[in-house]
Design a protein around this ligand. Structure first.
Ligand code: SF4
Ligand code: SF4
Length: 334
């Protein structure tokens, strides 16, 4: 059973290259790049062969992409996501995305970050609205993003008619899932259930049902950047993943990743520039002040502030050990 005409293609008919652009890196919560500067980076990446750009309503960076889309003569592949759980909310998200991006059609629209089967069942009206939008040509592909193995498994089971994901509701609409976008980090950092290898196995099984699998969090939210080459080599060996969304904040990072994704050795000047980029740690508002990061930090660099954990840049070595114990994915190193 094939749900989508794989591989994903841009409107120009170009296949989506295995390296995609995760645009959160440039959004307000991270680098907060000016619209024109972000659009320049997207244009550069596009000209160099990156065709897929991933965003989300949550990232609040549609304007960065809109500028790029307005200025390019090509047809990049744009994906976005929404937390909407009902038809009204989903349609509002879809309208906002089209208006703010300045496009008639969204290439891929996904339910954002589904946490378990119950959540999926609870979002069935939103998914139905997505399927209707696809029918009308407003959306080309529909999908689900998730950090949970159980979500990947249950959608694959639904698509292959093995099991209903929730017997209390009619969830058969999920048989029309074109794309799954799971967290596939080598470290498993950020998974809500299971292990990295269980997620890889579940995603591989899902791909066998005809679903297109896209991978996210390749570098574990930043804490695997120190072994980027090995991580990319491992990613490329996972043939069931059609493409990976990777956050990139500079031309040197784009060039370095492009080379590795092509199986080439990056030019030394890009490697050096990429390694020399100033990096910093940020604790987001997702922090619940659980204190795990404080206990994990051997450098005494992390403490609990009034609202979130706070790192001391004088002591922090950016080792990222704290990020690996944060279940709320509130620690970003970029
Ligand atoms: S581990 Fe994460 S959620 Fe817990 S205090 Fe640290 S940053 Fe906040
Ligand atoms: S990155 Fe390393 S040194 Fe910095 S706060 Fe986290 S655990 Fe401590």
């Amino acid at each position: 059973m094939t749900n989508s005409d794989q591989p994903l293609q841009t409107k120009d008919g170009l296949p989506v290259f295995r390296l995609g652009y995760g645009t959160l890196t440039l959004a307000k919560s991270q680098k907060n790049l000016a619209v024109s500067a972000a659009a320049d980076l997207f244009s550069y990446a596009f000209e160099r062969g990156i065709k897929w750009f991933d965003t989300a309503e949550l990232y609040d960076n549609y304007e960065q992409l809109a500028r790029f889309l307005k200025e390019t003569s090509g047809q990049p592949f744009i994906s976005t996501k929404s937390y909407a759980f009902d038809r009204k909310g989903l349609n509002a998200s879809l309208d906002a995305a089209r208006r703010r991006l300045g496009v008639e059609t969204i290439d891929l629209f996904m339910l954002h970050e589904q946490v378990d089967k119950k959540t999926l069942a609870g979002h069935r009206e939103a998914f139905k609205a997505l399927l209707d939008a696809k029918e009308k040509g407003i959306v080309r592909y529909v999908g689900v993003s998730t950090h949970a193995v159980s979500v990947v498994t249950s959608i694959a089971d639904e698509v292959s008619l093995k099991a209903s994901l929730d017997p209390d509701f009619d969830t058969s609409i999920y048989r029309h899932t074109d794309v799954l976008f799971p967290l596939l980090s080598q470290s498993g950092y950020g998974l809500l259930d299971g292990t990295a290898s269980e997620m890889a196995k579940a995603a591989a099984e899902a791909a066998k049902t005809g679903i297109t699998v896209l991978g996210m969090k390749l570098f574990g939210g930043g804490h695997l950047l120190y072994k980027r080459e090995a991580v990319v080599a491992d990613a490329l060996s996972q043939s069931f993943v059609s493409a990976w969304s990777v956050g990139m904040g500079s031309i040197s990072e784009i060039e370095t990743n492009l080379a590795w994704f092509k199986g080439e050795t990056p030019d030394r000047r890009w490697l050096d520039a990429s390694a020399a980029l100033p990096r910093r740690l940020q604790v987001t508002d997702d922090c619940t002040r659980c204190g795990r990061c404080v206990a994990r930090c051997n450098s005494g660099a992390m403490r609990l502030g009034a609202y979130t954990a706070v790192s001391d840049p004088e002591k922090c070595t950016l080792c990222s050990y704290c990020a690996s114990v944060c279940e709320d994915m509130a620690i970003k190193i970029f």
